[in-house]
Design a protein around this ligand. Structure first.
Ligand SMILES: NC(=O)c1ccc[n+]([C@@H]2O[C@H](COP(=O)([O-])OP(=O)(O)OC[C@H]3O[C@@H](n4cnc5c(N)ncnc54)[C@H](O)[C@@H]3O)[C@@H](O)[C@H]2O)c1
Length: 447
């Protein structure tokens, strides 16, 4: 048997010399930027995806994510990057990082099928010393209770996950992704990377691998700690956003501007972090991840009341926006039924091309249900077709002749919009994002 240190030293050396082959499964918003980070550090990266369109685009040197330029894909290609749908190539990888979706099903429960499908496809190609890291956000216990058993059951050579330093086998770890699309304040490299392995060898190897692309690695004692770290971060945001969303509604009744309150409160140099109200939660993370923990908590006969309450407040926000639109129209002696309404922004947040779970979609559907004639404008989406929870089939409307609309509703505050011009040209503006801050006009309903 090879001594442990020698076994680990082999992969560590291959990482240090950039000979290690890195496979990344899931070429989406998380996996593709990660692939580019490794390529930027001269690793030869293979991107795996079941979507043939993505594989083809990447191999042609193109990009399907607005903030990633084709020139970045082409630079990665020069460092050896290529994409494939062929899982047998997993065998040639030294390390495989899994970045596939973790949505909720129709009962609001974790839908782990993307993770389990991926792991089952990887298992037949495992070899001694392989490092497999899950990055998809999930409940504590997934790596140990779901991923490892599937990898062990599905690999024909009977390889087991190494749990201690002197045990041979493959290595498994969890490392949460902390991507914040559109946030340019911190370079990706400067975001510390939390890593929890199923054994000390897995933690050590994953730490060395991530240490080659991140400035700081934070090793923790188990995958479950790393899994729960990610959920704590997202639940913290979800609960705090719900808090300001609720306080905003109170402040409005009291005639106080909540945004002015937040701006004042955030001058406190300690003990306060600003969160901002909005039309409801969006994106793949904050509306979904907390419920991964609520679901798991039930197995321990525990109710996560903060998560449930925050979920209820945030889910109600699009309905609150509808009420405010109705109030605004009412002042003009109009009803939602029969009104022409333009929704500005369908992306779930500013300056990104992602509309997953976007509150705009709910707001558009609610307005349509109430009989409004709805159009949308979003520089990032020429068309909005069918998603997991909606089927809108709408095309982008040019941002002109705004006077024709009974109301213009700012749901996403893209920085490309000229808000002063929008207010000037519109009859009524409902602003859910404080995008019209500093513009003084009786036409604006701020909510
Ligand atoms: N988007 C974010 O900002 C963000 C931030 C932090 C964490 N996360 C987490 O990262 C994970 C991935 O999210 P994302 O936003 O990148 O998702 P995404 O939908 O953008 O990308 C996932 C990719 O995986 C591919 N895929 C699905 N099943 C596959 C399979 N069996 N084999 C190969 N490829 C497969 C899909 O085709 C898709 O390209 C999720 O768990 C999410 O919660 C996302």
């Amino acid at each position: 048997m090879i001594a442990t240190e020698d076994r680990l030293a082999g992969l560590k050396q291959r990482i240090a010399s950039r000979e290690a082959r890195i496979g990344i499964v899931g070429m989406g918003y998380v996996g593709l930027p990660l692939a580019l980070l490794f390529s930027g550090e001269r690793f030869k990266v293979t991107g795996f995806d079941i979507d043939p369109g993505k594989v083809e685009t990447l191999n042609a040197g193109g990009s399907y994510i607005v903030r990633i330029l084709p020139s970045e894909i082409q630079a990665a290609q020069r460092a050896g990057f290529r994409a494939t749908a062929e899982y047998s190539e997993i065998a040639q990888m030294d390390a495989v990082i899994v970045c596939v979706p973790t949505p909720l099903n129709e009962h609001h429960e974790p839908a782990l099928s993307y993770v389990t499908g991926t792991v089952e496809s990887i298992a037949p190609w495992l070899h001694e010393g392989h490092l497999i890291v899950l990055e998809s956000t999930t409940y504590p216990g997934t790596t140990d209770e779901v991923v490892v058993p599937l990898l062990e059951a599905g690999n024909p050579s009977g390889l087991k996950a190494s749990r201690s330093l002197d045990e041979p086998g493959f290595h498994v770890a969890f490392s949460p992704e902390r991507e914040d699309p559109g946030n340019e304040t911190v370079a990706r490299h400067d975001i510390p990377k939390v890593v929890g392995g199923c054994g000390p060898a897995a933690t050590a190897l994953a730490s060395v691998m991530y240490g080659s692309i991140f400035g700081r690695v934070v090793p923790v004692s188990s995958p479950a700690v790393a899994e729960m770290t990610k959920l704590l971060e997202n639940i913290y945001r979800c609960v705090n956003i719900a808090l300001v969303n609720e306080l905003k509604q109170l402040a409005m009744r009291m005639g106080i501007d909540i945004n002015e309150v937040i701006d004042a409160a955030k001058t406190k140099p300690f003990g306060f972090q600003a969160f901002y109200p909005g039309p409801g939660l969006g994106g793949h993370c904050i509306p979904i991840d907390p419920f991964y923990l609520s679901w798991k908590a039930k197995q321990f006969d525990f109710r996560t009341r903060f998560i449930e309450l925050a979920g209820a407040v945030n889910t109600d926000m699009p309905y609150f926006v509808i009420e405010q639109i109705a109030n605004g129209l009412n002042e003009h002696r109009k009803s939602i039924k029969g009104s022409k309404i333009l929704v500005l922004g369908v992306a779930y947040k500013r300056d990104i091309d992602d509309l997953r779970e976007s509150p705009s979609l709910t707001i558009i559907e609610l307005l349509r249900d109430k009989g409004a004639e709805v159009a949308y404008n979003d520089p990032y989406f020429a068309h909005v077709g069918r998603g997991r929870h909606y089927d809108l089939n709408m095309s982008n409307t040019p941002l002109d002749n705004l006077g024709q609309y009974d109301a213009v509703v700012i749901v996403t505050d893209h920085s490309a919009y000229d808000y002063k011009a929008i207010v000037d040209e519109s009859q009524l503006v409902v602003d859910t994002r404080n995008a019209t801050k500093g513009i003084d006009s009786a036409k604006i309903v701020r909510c």
